[in-house]
Structure formats: C-alpha cells, structure tokens
Write a protein that binds this ligand. Structure first.
Ligand code: ZN
Length: 267
C-alpha cells in the first residue's frame, strides 16, 4: 500500500499522465550479521575484465566553435558535420550537460562493478568542442570494447512529444552488418530497462515502440563493437525536463542504463 502511494505521489508530482509505473525493485538480500573477526567481504565485481565506452553527446562549448564543429568528417560511406550543439530544456539546461551528468553516474557505477570504462570526452566545458562524431564512432574499436553507449536527449517541439527512444544501426555492409544484431539486442535491453524505471516510449518516433533504426549516424556506423544511441527524453517537454533537471531523475536514468549494460554483458 505504501509502495502504491509512493508511486502515485511520484506520478502526480511529475504531472505526467502517461508515465509508466516503475517496476518494484527486487528486495535486497539481508546482510548476514557481522562477527568481529569476520573477513571483510570484497564487493562483487561482476563486470571485471569488461570494457564499456560511454559517449556523452555533444560538448558544452560546441556553439562557440562553429568552424570546427561544422567541418565534414567521415560518417560511414558519406560525410557529415563534426558535431552539433545539441538541444536544451526551455529553462536553458543544455543537453551536453545532461548527457555528461548522467554519463558520470553510469561510469561511477560500472567502475564499482569492475568494468573498465572509456569516456569519449573528459570535460563538459564551454571552452571545449567535440570530439567529432567519427572519433566517437571509433572510440570502442581501438580498446576492443564490449559495448558502446551514446547518451543524448532530444529536442522536439511537436505537441505532446515526450518519452525515450533508442537508435540502433541496420545491417549495412561494410559498416554495420557485423554489429547490427548485437546492437539491436542491446537496444531492446536499454528500452526495457528505461521502461521498467518508469520512462515511457517516445510518442513522436515512427512506430511508437521506443526504437529507431538509423543508418545516418557516424557514432553508430563507425563502431566495430555493438552500440546504441539513447535519447533519454524530449528536453522541450515539461514532463521529461522535470526528470532531467533533478539529481533524483538523473539517478533514475543512470540506474536503468547500468542495468541494461549489466544484462547485455551477462547474456
Ligand atoms: Zn544529442
């Protein structure tokens, strides 16, 4: 009853009628009583030996470097601009900062679980730009990563547009024919984890199923390791922006992404 009331309060406080009810977390195991001479139990490190690339979208200073960010770079059989500025909430909270903050939470948890994590950028600064999308695309290749996850949020002004969706590459030789299948499996896991955390599928993408097959993204096309790009919501929608602009909301996103990574690597 208390859980139902808490969920109800969460939904009402978010004011977002189409939120899905989060799945109740599994009960945590009760720790056994510690004895004075007990050996400390090492924290479980189920991801030891795994390598994960986290790609926080954009860079805070991109808009100050139009020449650098508009330079054309290889994108997988065609060329496109190095990077874009990203979007923001109506209140001015930038996508680059949101992606960075969620990514940092994801990195911290994955490292606690034993993974080696590679970030595609190490700052979120108005004085910096990039890296370009081709560099992001190849970031997992040289470290032989198990997975690459690109973190973004969308900016749609369409009425009622909100929710999450996950982009994954089609099988397109010679670029993504080798990664398409595991990337789709990862996309399904990311979508499922976000829904279980209470985030509904995007209302404004084709099919309305929270998935988007994209052949035009260098970040996906140039990767030799399974990869997806997640749009964690529409920053222009008040409901989504509320979750994005609070530390509690960002922690919810991060927990879901970590769960998806864990599940994929366990499979
Ligand atoms: Zn973006």
């Amino acid at each position: 009853m208390r859980f139902v009331a808490a969920v109800l309060a969460l939904v009402l406080s978010a004011g977002c009628a189409s939120d899905v009810t989060p799945t109740a977390p599994a009960p945590s195991r009760t720790p056994s009583a510690a004895t004075p001479d007990a050996e400390p139990t090492p924290a479980p490190r189920p991801l030891a030996g795994r390598v994960v690339v986290i790609d926080p979208g954009h860079q805070l200073g991109n808009s100050r470097f139009p020449r650098e960010t508009s330079r054309l770079v290889p994108a997988g059989g065609f060329r496109k601009p190095c990077n874009t500025t990203g979007t923001s909430t109506d209140g001015g909270y930038p996508e680059a900062t949101f992606a960075w903050q969620v990514s940092r939470l994801v990195v911290r948890r994955l490292e606690e679980l034993g993974a080696r994590v590679v970030l595609t950028r190490d700052t979120n600064s108005v004085r910096r730009w990039g890296p370009c999308v081709d560099v992001r695309g190849r970031a997992g290749n040289r470290v032989d990563a198990d997975l690459k996850l690109s973190v973004h949020a969308d900016g749609s002004s369409a009425a009622g547009a909100r929710g999450v969706h996950v982009s994954h590459p089609p099988a397109r030789a010679p670029w993504t024919d080798d990664t398409a299948r595991p990337s789709r499996r990862f996309a399904l896991g990311v979508r499922r984890a976000l829904r279980q955390a209470g985030f509904p599928y995007a209302t404004y993408t084709a099919g309305g199923d929270g998935l988007d097959v994209r052949h035009d993204l260098a970040t996906l096309n140039l990767s030799d390791v399974p990869t997806v790009m997640v749009e964690l919501g529409n920053m222009r929608a008040a409901c989504d922006a509320r979750a994005m602009t609070t530390s509690r909301g960002r922690a919810r996103y991060a927990r879901a992404l970590v769960a998806a990574v864990r599940e994929h690597l366990a499979g």
